[in-house]
Ligand binder design. Structure first.
Ligand code: GLN
Length: 493
């Protein structure tokens, strides 16, 4: 039999139901992989007992005939989700030691569906970053190594880099991620796995540490499209505790999965073909279009004219919201309290924030405070909001001509750790293909499609219309079936 840690979520669910193995065996196998892979630094906290406890329940439920949708499936939880009784830090020093007395809506839904938790996954601090280098707990390593002979340690992408690394290295069959401007899609692309960011509002944000509230969305990261559909079906749903939660029924995305795209139109946005685009990325994009044609779709040329303003608008709006959201970390309520500057209230605020936030977080707070300040609000923040509306309109117009949009997920394969950390602009540029869909609140997914010349995974992105996760998943499945991506990182950890 294949090793249990090679199985997908669907295979674990179905195999357990059929009595091929026990849930406890599955949990033990993944717990062992987690413990054996500490060199990747993918987890901040390991919770083997949580996974085992859920597994014992799953085995009891099987005996009683009361199996749940995710019985026997252990998962990794990004450390941005509040987990009752388990430290939740957003990979920051300021939240170190914070043990939430409550559970986020999304994680609660996963536990209610029978899933167990293998641990809390490392990430970029407060989800700010594209490489996992901003974590207070040290960067996550990608399990991948390039074949260029350098043997350099590679970034797993970010901010959900722990999730990506852990799934790619078979430390968990699936994990949660969050995506504010690409943090599910870009790390999925860098590590050769799949991930979907649903329509804004599909998953409740309640209990997820806030970065930029008008952009933040939870979503699954897994080995294939079917697993993404299964997990998203559990994670999504209306929640009265989140005012922006969509009050719509959750479709059975898995049941309606199908790769026949006859009658569908796939838009290729011409503005995404950047000057000097990496040849391997351009070639993969063309091949992706050919695969979707093979699945029956018609390719149409579309235009998203305001694309070039998406990145600048995102890097105004996201920091603006972050600076406001992060005002709550003041040393009074959560985690760290630093009294080293004196006993006064202001002294405590300043010392706590100076010691507790990392450099990238401080940079975002300063940018955000600046663009929201009285003299600059209209010039920057209001202007960025107007641009955001234009970008959403571009997409709305494009979706009168096509059903889904095909684009690369990121402009390059994974880069080496340290390569871009000194240059924030170079780092931000990595999000160029990811942020437009975030600004417009649209569902978008990354599917592994090819290897770069250096033998590293490259992802293709499908962007769908509002609420059309099914269209995104189906096009993703058509790509997955034709790309036949089976490459994996050779074990060195
Ligand atoms: N890399 C982007 C940023 O640093 C996106 C992060 C995210 O989606 N959380 O803001």
């Amino acid at each position: 039999m294949t090793s249990l840690t090679e199985l997908t979520v669907a295979q674990i669910r179905d195999g357990h139901r059929a009595g091929d193995f026990s849930a406890v065996e599955v949990a033990e196998a993944f717990n062992a992989n987690v413990a054996g892979a500490r060199a990747l630094n993918a987890f901040i906290v390991e919770t083997p007992e949580h996974a085992l406890h859920a597994a014992e329940q799953a085995d009891a439920d099987r005996a009683a005939g009361t199996l749940k949708p995710l019985s026997a499936v252990p998962i990794g939880m990004k450390d941005l989700f509040a987990t009752k009784g388990v430290q939740t830090t957003a990979a920051s020093h300021i939240l170190e030691g914070f043990v939430p007395p409550y559970e986020s809506t999304v994680s609660q839904k996963l536990w209610d569906a029978g899933a167990g938790m293998l641990g809390k996954l490392n990430m970029d601090q407060f989800a700010m970053g594209s490489s996992n280098e901003t974590s207070y707990f040290g960067n996550v390593l990608s399990p991948w190594r390039s074949n260029d002979g350098s043997n350099a340690a590679l970034a797993p992408g970010g901010s959900s880099g722990g999730s990506a690394s852990a799934v790619a290295a078979r430390l968990c069959p699936a994990a949660t991620g969050t995506d504010t401007g690409g943090s599910i899609r870009q790390p999925a692309a860098f590590t050769g796995i799949s991930g979907i960011k649903p329509t804004y509002g599909r998953c409740s944000r309640w209990g997820i540490v806030a970065f930029a509230s008008s952009l933040d969305q939870a979503g699954p990261m897994a080995r294939d499209v079917r697993d993404c559909a299964i997990l998203l079906g559990v994670m999504a749903g209306h929640d009265a505790k989140d005012a922006t939660s969509l009050n719509l029924p959750v479709p059975d995305w898995e049941a309606a999965l199908q790769a026949d795209l006859r009658g569908k139109k796939v838009g290729i946005p011409r503005e995404y073909r950047l000057d000097g685009m990496d040849a391997a990325i351009a070639a993969m994009w063309d091949k992706g279009a050919a695969m979707l044609t093979d699945a029956g779709a018609e390719i149409v040329d579309i235009t998203l004219p305001h694309t070039k303003y998406a990145l600048p608008a995102y890097y105004i709006i996201a920091p603006a919201e972050a600076s406001s959201n992060l005002a709550r970390y003041d040393g009074v309520r959560y985690g760290l309290r630093d009294l080293s500057d004196g006993a006064g209230l202001q002294d405590m605020y300043a010392a706590t924030r100076a010691a507790g936030f990392g450099a990238e977080v401080k940079r975002r707070i300063m940018i955000g405070t600046y663009v929201l300040s009285a003299g600059f609000y209209d010039a920057y923040y209001t202007q960025a909001q107007k641009v955001r509306t234009l970008i959403a309109r571009d997409f709305a117009h494009a979706f009168t001509q096509c059903d889904v949009i095909l684009a690369p997920t990121a402009p390059s394969a994974a880069f080496a750790l340290g390569e871009r950390s000194a240059d924030p602009l170079a780092m931000y540029l990595n999000d160029v293909f990811a942020v437009p869909a975030s600004l417009a609140g649209l569902p978008a997914m990354s599917v592994p499609a090819a290897l770069s010349a250096d033998g590293l995974p490259l992802g293709l992105q499908i962007i769908g219309n509002m609420f059309d996760e099914q269209g995104v998943l189906n096009a993703g499945l058509a790509l997955e079936q034709r790309a036949g991506f089976t490459a994996r990182a050779e074990k060195w950890w």
